[in-house]
Write a protein that binds this ligand. Structure first.
Ligand SMILES: *Cc1c(COP(=O)(O)O)cnc(C)c1O
Length: 360
């Protein structure tokens, strides 16, 4: 039997995106001005029901702009968790502020709201949280704490595009929210991102900073800016993707449920928060021992099936200070991510489940 490789992810793109990109090329508007940029921003704004949004060159630059818009800098502390993608926490370091790690909840790998208040000091300026693997955090309680202590709430929604909290879309669950449109995210623009916010001043500041600090007067830059712009070509891809987003999410949801019904007796799945609809970005499975995880990892690899480890806790990275947030340190060794791309066939998925079931 030949082993057709099964990757962890593959973007859901076809001729639609190709035609849009070709059209963009023909128009010669290939840089960061053009009709597709405006259209993409308008369509996302409508889909997410955001007050303001603007495209960026990546999710990383979107997070950096969020920090800058809120004037977070030296001597400020930002409460976050040690279980997220490194770009999220790096944004805090990029502006010279200090990340303060609170705990995560083992049942959903998301921020443990009960562990936040003890970390608040007079220097705390914001809470930055990630909806890990597309499963939503307890926004109402996060918002309550943020309001009570006068903190900004920043939502890293890179993994939760299309997810819903009660009737609200992820991307509106913070003073500022950010998306990533990297190749393996729910919708992609190749590389790209977005900042969404509720406050007009924040929005204007973000637009200015992402565009070299431009003012009304040409070549007069009144603040230190950046080039964090998305290109019209990227936005063209995004428009094609947005057209398919409901299909993408429904395919990912059925993949997730299929994994769950096949493996739930053997491994642990994320417990979704009541009243939320995840984006099902990735399917994490958690074993009860490290040796089981390793066995499965190896066996899947032998069958050319790609998996990913869970995030290494951020405070284990050499340029971060160690924290006492233990849950992530314990759990990350026990889990893996399974192939979670919308085009994964039933046959391939069944093969993956069969292999896992055969060894544990
Ligand atoms: C992907 C991701 C980012 C970074 O986005 P890029 O577009 O790759 O810069 C940030 N935070 C989280 C949680 C992510 O998953």
């Amino acid at each position: 039997m030949t082993n057709k490789a099964i990757p962890i992810y593959r973007p859901f793109i076809d001729k639609t995106e190709e035609d849009l990109v070709n059209d963009c090329m023909k128009s010669t508007w290939i840089s960061s001005k053009g009709a597709y940029i405006n259209k993409f921003e308008e369509q996302i704004k409508k889909y997410i029901k955001a007050d303001y949004c603007t495209t960026t060159s990546s999710g990383t630059t979107a997070l950096h702009l969020a920090m800058l818009a809120l004037d977070i800098g030296q001597d400020d502390e930002v409460i976050t968790t040690n279980f997220t993608y490194v770009a999220s926490t790096n944004a805090i370091l990029h502006v010279g502020a200090k990340p303060v790690f609170c705990n995560i909840r083992s049942e959903n790998l998301n921020i443990d709201v009960d562990s936040i208040e003890s970390k608040i000091t007079p220097k705390t300026k914001a809470i930055l949280y990630t909806n890990v693997y597309g499963f939503l955090c307890d926004y109402d309680r996060l918002n309550e704490i943020a309001k009570k202590y006068g903190l900004f709430l920043i939502e890293d929604a890179a993994e939760s595009f299309g997810a819903r909290y009660k009737s609200r879309m992820s991307g509106t669950l913070g003073d500022i929210s950010t998306f990533s449109f990297f190749g393996n995210k729910t919708i992609t623009t190749g590389e790209g991102g977005m900042v969404l916010c509720k406050n007009l001043q924040h929005y204007n500041k973000i637009k200015k900073l992402k565009n070299q600090g431009n003012s009304e007067r040409t070549y007069f830059h009144d603040v230190l800016g950046y080039n964090y712009r998305m290109t019209n070509i990227q936005a063209a891809i995004g428009i094609g993707q947005l057209d398919k987003v409901d299909k993408i999410i429904s395919l990912k949801k059925s993949l997730y449920n299929n994994y769950k019904s096949n493996l739930e007796n053997k491994v642990r799945f994320i417990k979704e928060l009541e009243g939320t609809e995840p984006s099902y970005w990735m399917t994490p499975i958690i074993f009860d021992s490290q040796s089981k995880r390793e066995k499965v990892e190896i066996k899947l690899k032998e069958n050319s099936i790609e998996t990913r480890p869970l995030f290494t806790p951020i405070d284990q990275l050499p340029f971060y200070e160690k924290s006492s947030s233990e849950t992530a340190n314990r759990i990350y060794k026990l889990g893996i991510l399974l192939p979670s791309y919308p085009g994964l066939s039933d046959e391939d998925q069944n093969k993956i489940c069969k292999i896992i079931n055969s060894i544990i």
